[in-house]
Design a protein around this ligand. Sequence first.
Ligand SMILES: [Zn+2]
Length: 552
Amino acid sequence: MSKETPKLLIIGWDGATFDVIDPLLARGELPHLAGLIARGVRGRLRSTVPPSSAVAWPTFATGRDPAGHGVFGFYQTETTSYQRRLVSSRDVHAPCLWDWLGAAGLRAGVVNVPVTYPPRPMHGFLVSGMLTPSPQETFTYPAELGPQLLARQPAFPIESQVMHAVHGARSRGELAQIITAWTDAFHANVCHLLAGQDWDCFVVVYRATDIVQHGLGLPQPGASDGDEVQQTYRQIDACLGALLARVPADTNVVLVSDHGAGPAHGRFMANNWLYQRGYLRLRRGAGLLSKLPAWRRVPLQRALHRLRLGALARRLPSALSTWPAPAPRKRHAHDLIDWRRTRVFIPTTGVQGLPLRLNLAGREPLGCVRPDGEAQTLLTELARELEALRAPDGQPLLTVVWQVEGDANRLLSNRGPDLLALPREACYYSIGAKLDLSRPLLAGPARRAPGQHRLEGVLVAAGPAIAPGLRLEGARLVDVAPTALHLLGLPTPAEMDGRVLAEALRPEWLASHPPRVEAWSMEGSAGAAGSAYDAADAARVEGALRALGYLE
Ligand SMILES: [Zn+2]
């Protein structure tokens, strides 16, 4: 980096939306964000499809669409076994912004970006984000940084611990209090790293916004000063002010959210639909289990306690006391499916969209759909049937946004979904992947997730390279990484799907820094293949995701 190239600070506000921000700006309640907007640009930032945190943050990090980095949701289905496993940094098959910076000799600091666990070696330092199982695991690079952070802030919990606490919250106020305290502890460490470490580019993601919006929904119009979601925005605006006070005045600053947010009106039980339409078939006997409503599956012992018959429960033979208790995981459709007769399945879970994959002969282990004409006919039929579904307001429930086109070879080599549908935003039904035939196709919203994601996120930027006073149109999350490299004086690697947001830059900056694309190659993911989690770690992370409606 030449001496004149300013440093770059990138701040993520997960799930932040102008729908919450603008009323607060109008009342003068986000002074630091207002300051950035006044001297820079603002605009909506288009998320990934689907707008899931697990998909969007890897796109932010790599400048690649999901097909380019390989993460399509919180889970991957193993191509050899149909086993589902949680994604991790090992599944991100493209170099990240900080890898490109390191190759150019620039130091990066990366804090709390989702899907960076387990940390990969890089030039600089990294604290892994969402999907980190516990502080007992190595969650930093270099490894010795983690214990140092924990020693400074013993109450510095990993997000999965916080989510468990949030799950137990008995009121809106208690939930907000847990998140506020966590954000304070987190922010203290961020300030410590920002001031104490050497960096050219510092990236930090605040997750509080997304967590409160999931757990509490969006503020009602005219919400009072005590509204907990608005309080969270005020808190992270104060954090933003503290960060700005700690960096050189000529730092370029970019603030993004990975997606927006809005109310959830209910859930579309997608696996129930696949089953009812005959696309998905169940193993013998599994149908009966999936037809039992959830309350009937409460173990007998717990049921007796609920009926104040604890004494009787204690005298039950142990084999009987836990009956019928299928393990919760067993209720996921993957465990009940008859793969020899199933034509279509959901390959990953993400409540923000409906990905479908054909059980394709020659690609899946027990594939039964022929990759020639039969596959294309099936995709067309699926798209037609999905678009014919109606929400209670009479309008379409879903829009099919993407499907594989081309010949059989294209299908056979496809790693992601073969078809993807998104909920209509105005009457948003999240996707329920649980197979629970006791529920109607359109179920109520998940109790703990009154809020869900939207495609339009937030972009604000200011600094010596950024044009003042502009409103941007058409910016996408995938454009952030190429723009960040450009702001640090580097070309866009040809493999990136995004572009430099030149319209956000000052003409005089552009004259001296013309954007350029270069065939610049680097090895992809350096991590080992396969899962990064043992069973206990996976259970910890999954429980945390489920606690706030990220998973069913
Ligand atoms: Zn997110």
